[in-house]
Design a binder for this molecule. Structure first.
Ligand SMILES: NC(=O)c1ccc[n+]([C@@H]2O[C@H](COP(=O)([O-])OP(=O)(O)OC[C@H]3O[C@@H](n4cnc5c(N)ncnc54)[C@H](OP(=O)(O)O)[C@@H]3O)[C@@H](O)[C@H]2O)c1
Length: 176
């Protein structure tokens, strides 16, 4: 059971543009995204920040909530809930929440969906096991950061997978 940051990024390390748009990703990312479903099948719980949840709310377009597992949304805002979605609004220290996320996940993995500061909070406490970063070969020059921390020791590469002709996924061992 692992805690994994799984996300797509631009070459210059942004997961969304400054307006929280992902159009650059949908326009340029891999067309075969079955690897996402394969990853989601290994997941038992999810953590995301308020802006990521807002993006999902804005882009569901009458589709049902896509995840069957419990999802913690870290926020101080008042959000609407979605019918049929196990979404729990939480805040504050990530350590206690991580224990809950692990219990909920059982023998499956915890998905840290982002953004980069929330994942940084988990990393500050040594709680991130792996990062699976799909880097799409575009530069955004501005936007929401992939990882909002400075690190001094390089993460070790565990695996590299090509995703179409514009994207490479690198799996990093974060805990060493
Ligand atoms: N490329 C991809 O695959 C991918 C993946 C995931 C997300 N995204 C996109 O990337 C963007 C991420 O936005 P973002 O960087 O602003 O990050 P975010 O983590 O989604 O949202 C940040 C907000 O979460 C809340 N928050 C964070 N930590 C908290 C804590 N410990 N307790 C309570 N609230 C906390 C705060 O909001 P409040 O205090 O205001 O509630 C904070 O401003 C979104 O547009 C999302 O759609 C892209």
């Amino acid at each position: 059971m692992k805690t994994i940051y799984f996300t797509a990024s631009s070459l210059d390390g942004y997961i969304a543009d400054k307006n929280d748009s992902l159009l650059w990703l949908f326009k340029n990312g891999p067309t075969d995204i079955s690897f996402i479903d394969e990853f989601v099948a290994t997941i038992g719980s999810i953590a995301m920040g308020a802006s990521t949840y807002q993006w999902l709310l804005d882009n569901l377009n009458d589709q049902p909530w896509p995840y069957k597992v419990p999802c913690f949304v870290f926020t101080h805002r008042q959000f609407k809930t979605i019918e049929g979605a196990d979404v729990r609004f939480v805040q504050g220290d990530v350590v206690e929440r991580h224990e809950e996320l692990k219990k909920l996940a059982g023998d499956k993995n915890v998905w840290l969906m982002g953004g980069g500061d929330l994942v940084g909070q988990f990393h500050d406490h040594g709680l991130v096991d792996e990062m699976h970063i799909q880097t799409v070969a575009v530069f955004l020059n501005d936007g929401k950061k992939l990882f909002n921390r400075r690190t001094e020791t390089a993460f070790k590469i565990k695996e590299i997978r090509q995703r179409g002709d514009t994207c490479v996924e690198v799996i990093y061992n974060v805990r060493g």
